[in-house]
Write a protein that binds this ligand. Structure first.
Ligand code: ADP
Ligand code: MG
Ligand code: MG
Length: 256
């Protein structure tokens, strides 16, 4: 059974009907690619799943039970995490600090002070960061004390993913994580995606790159004009078939 399932999702922005009754599901241990032309509604669907946008209509199901998602905190509590296109990392902080941003471990015995005055337990922060990096097997990162500003695009993506993936997360959603990356760095991110699947996460992966998708995804869901037009197993289809299904009708001048 799917881990996360949504049914009948509608989302409007004023007069624009961005999602038109979308059903979507993803299982644990599965990478579900989400594809579609620009403006098809991919990012909107992901944001709805992450609670960042509230759906106008529709239902959420987790492991077969209906749940309410009223905002990002609800989604995070359910283990649903999103890694945004703009990674929002702090360039002038190191990897360890970025990974514990807002939840820095406090030195034992200083809990009586107001939060902002408590001294950070640097050792503990480092250990936790290293664990998060090891979980994803990011082998190119030499030290969690490296400044984020000096990292490659692939490493940044990996750090942003590591930050989203906590002990409690079960769904990780990535919005075009390789869009700005070269070949070697894309490789690195695809390895992290595989690693997420192998650690039993449900992964939603938005990309325009068919080669990457066929390399890493188990299934492909196509959005067209805010509607889910079908889901294909990568083992049972070809990139050409997907592109045809993606663009069918689009050259006839349809718009929102
Ligand atoms: P995709 O990610 O597939 O390129 P999006 O989900 O970003 O598509 O956008 C789907 C449609 O919704 C587009 O027409 C876009 O302009 C519109 N849209 C997305 N976000 C907003 C927003 N916050 N306000 C108004 N319109 C939006
Ligand atoms: Mg877009
Ligand atoms: Mg998008």
């Amino acid at each position: 059974p799917p881990h996360l399932r949504v049914t009948g999702i509608h989302k409007r922005f004023g007069g624009l009907h961005a999602l038109r009754g979308v059903d979507f599901e993803v299982a644990r241990g599965e990478v579900m690619a989400l594809v579609g032309d620009n403006g098809a509604g991919k990012s909107t669907l992901m944001k709805v799943l992450a609670g960042a946008y509230l759906a106008d209509e529709g239902e959420f199901w987790l492991d077969g039970e209906q749940v309410l998602v009223g905002g990002p905190t609800d989604a995070a509590d359910l283990g649903i995490q999103i890694v945004y296109q703009d990674l929002a990392l702090c360039e002038n902080l190191d990897v360890a600090a970025n990974l514990s941003l807002g939840a820095e471990p406090v030195k034992p015995g200083w809990g009586f002070l107001p939060r902002f005055l408590r001294p950070i337990d640097e050792m503990e922060m480092e250990v936790k960061a290293q664990k998060a990096i090891d979980r994803l097997e990011v082998r190119t990162l030499k030290s969690v004390r490296a400044l984020v500003g000096g990292l490659s695009g692939g490493q940044r993506q990996a750090i942003a993913i590591a930050r989203a993936v906590g002990a409690e997360s079960s769904v990780v959603m990535l919005d075009e994580p390789t869009a700005a990356l070269g070949v070697a760095q894309t490789r690195q991110v695809l390895n992290v995606v595989r690693r997420l699947r192998d650690t039993n996460h449900a992964v939603v992966y938005i990309s325009h790159n068919m080669r990457d998708i066929f390399e890493v995804a188990d299934r492909i869901c196509i959005l067209r004009h805010g509607a889910n037009v079908g889901t294909w197993r990568t083992a049972e289809t070809t990139p050409d078939e997907i592109v045809v299904a993606m663009t069918r009708g689009l050259d006839e001048g349809q718009t929102h």
